[in-house]
Design a protein around this ligand. Structure first.
Ligand code: ZN
Length: 156
């Protein structure tokens, strides 16, 4: 576990230049070094940067959300699903546990639904334009909890 809390603004684009996500106009994202709060490939690029610094980071899929894994795709009979209409693109947890993986319905037939447990950004090379807004020492509470607190971090 690192000892710094880093806040940054980011704009995420795919290889065609399409914006997928951005913190612009909102709170920056805040994370505790080494806590796994952001993808590792991006964190590695941010370590050592100072407030006000900007960086253009391109990550291969394997350093971002990983390659698409066919073993995370399953076909489930509709009668085994909770009774409701399911459409392609629907996302839900694959179990009652709050930590159950989130799956996406990628195909629906009269009898079955195909559920994909891969991250929606799996197998995509991604570009992040980042600007560091703050670097500060983590508090004892943050180190004990293993995550950042305050704006952009955990609230509790
Ligand atoms: Zn906490």
């Amino acid at each position: 576990m690192g000892s710094n809390v880093i806040s940054f603004h980011y704009t995420l684009t795919d290889q065609t230049g399409k914006t997928l996500d951005s913190s612009a106009g909102g709170e920056p994202l805040t994370f505790l070094e080494g806590s796994g709060q952001i993808i590792r490939g991006l964190e590695a690029e941010l370590l050592g940067m100072k407030a006000g610094e900007k960086k253009h980071v391109t990550l291969k899929a394997r350093d971002a959300y990983g390659e698409h894994d066919a073993s995370n795709v399953m076909e489930v009979p509709l009668d085994k699903m909770p009774a409701r209409a399911i459409k392609v693109g629907d996302r839900f947890r694959a179990g009652k546990d709050a930590h159950a993986p989130v799956v996406t319905a990628t195909k629906v037939t009269d009898t079955h639904v195909t559920l994909d447990g891969n991250h929606p950004l799996a197998s995509m090379d991604l570009t992040f334009d980042v600007e560091i807004t703050e670097v500060r020492a983590a508090t004892a509470d943050e180190l004990a909890h293993g995550h950042a607190h305050g704006p952009g971090g955990h609230h509790h």
